[in-house]
Design a protein around this ligand. Sequence first.
Ligand code: PMP
Ligand code: GLU
Length: 394
Amino acid sequence: MSNHLSDRIKNMSTSATLAMAAKARELRNEGKDIIGLSLGEPDFNIPDFIKDAAKQAIDENYSSYTPVDGYADLKAAISNKFKRDNNLDYGLNQIVVSTGAKQSLFNVAMVILNPGDEVILPAPYWVSYSDIVKLAEGVPVEVKTEIETDFKMTPAQLEAAITPKTRMIWFSSPCNPSGSVYSEEELKGLAEVLKKHPDIYVVSDEIYEHINFAGGHVSIAGIDGMYDRTVTVNGVSKAFAMTGWRIGYIGAPEWIAKGCTKLQGQVTSGANAIAQRAVITALEAPVSKIQFMIDKFHERRDLVLGLLGEIEGFNLNVPEGAFYVFPDISAFFGKTLNGVTINNASDFSLYLLEYANVATVTGEAFGNPNCIRISYAASEKELKEAISRIKAVL
Ligand code: PMP
Ligand code: GLU
C-alpha cells in the first residue's frame, strides 16, 4: 500500500512527553520495573465530590450535544473563577470550553495566525507549543533563557525578538518545564514592551496557577493595557487531577472566543457533556479543597531538589511552581558511562531509561538541549528510589 501521509503530519514531531510515557508503558509491559517521571500528570485520584457530580450528571441524562462553546452554567462558573482567583472580568461571550487546554491552545493558534506569522516562545516552553504553532502555519521564534535568570524572558529579550511579522507570544507561568513563576513586576516589564506593539497578542497559559509555592499567581491580562490582547488559558487537568476528562477553557476578547467556537463547531462539536457538568462542581469549590495536593507537590519539590542536588553534574534552579525540575545536565556531555557516550540531553535521558529504568524527557523537546525534565508528580517512595537509581548509574 502506498503511503500518502500529508506533509503536515510528516513534518510534525510526535509529542515527546507522550512518546516517553508510551515507551515507559511498553517497557513495563515487558516486565521492566520502570519509574515514570516523564509525564506531567498528577498521581492523585480525582476528589470524590467531583466524581459524584459526574455520576449525578449521567443519572440526570446529560447525554446530548452541549452548546459548542460549553454549557452556559459552566461558563458562568468559569467566569466566577476568573473573578475569584484572577480578578479578571470575562463575560460568557468571552469564554470557550474545549477538549483540554491543549485544544484551547490549538484553537487560538488557528484563529489568530496567518501563514508566516511569528510566535515568540520563551524557551524552555511546553513541548506542544511549537508544533501547534506550525500546524497553524505560524513560525515559532524561540527566545533562549538561562538557568541563571530562572529561565525567564526579560523585557530586553522580548524587544529584540519582535519583528514586523510577530503576531503572538506564548508562555506558561508557572512554567512547564522550568517551574518558573513570573512576578507582577516581571510581567509589567513585558507589558511595557508590548505597549509599543499594539498588534501583538499574548497567550498566557495558566494551567498550573494553583501549583505555586511562591505566593500569589498573577495573570498578565490584569496588567494595564493587556486585557484586550490576552488570551488566558486554563483547565482542570492539573489542579483537580482530571487529565483524562479533557476539559480546558479560555477567557479572551470576544472576537477570539467567537473564532474558537466557529472552529470547534466544525471539529469537535464541543467538549464531553459529563465532564463539563463535573467541572462546574470542581470550579465552584474553594481552592482549600485541593490544597492537600499543592502541599504534597511542595514537599516533593523540596525532596527532589535536595536529593538531585547531591548528584555531581546536576545544575538546578529552584522551581517555584508546577511539578517539574529542569536540571542542566550538560556537564555529562562527552562522557562515557557503562560504555554509552552521552552527547546530548536525549542520550542522557535514554541512558537513564535503559540503565536506571527511570523515564524522564529530554530538554530538546522543550527548546533547551542542555536539560532534562523530571516530573515529581509521583509518590515520595518512587521519587527516592528513582533518584537513588539515577545516582548509582552516574
Ligand atoms: N499547557 C501546559 C503548560 C501543560 O503542561 C499542559 C499539560 N497537559 C497543557 C497545557 C494541556 O493540558 P490539558 O490536559 O488540559 O490539555
Ligand atoms: N502536560 C503534560 C506534560 O507536559 C502532559 C503530556 C502532554 O499533554 O503532552 O507532560
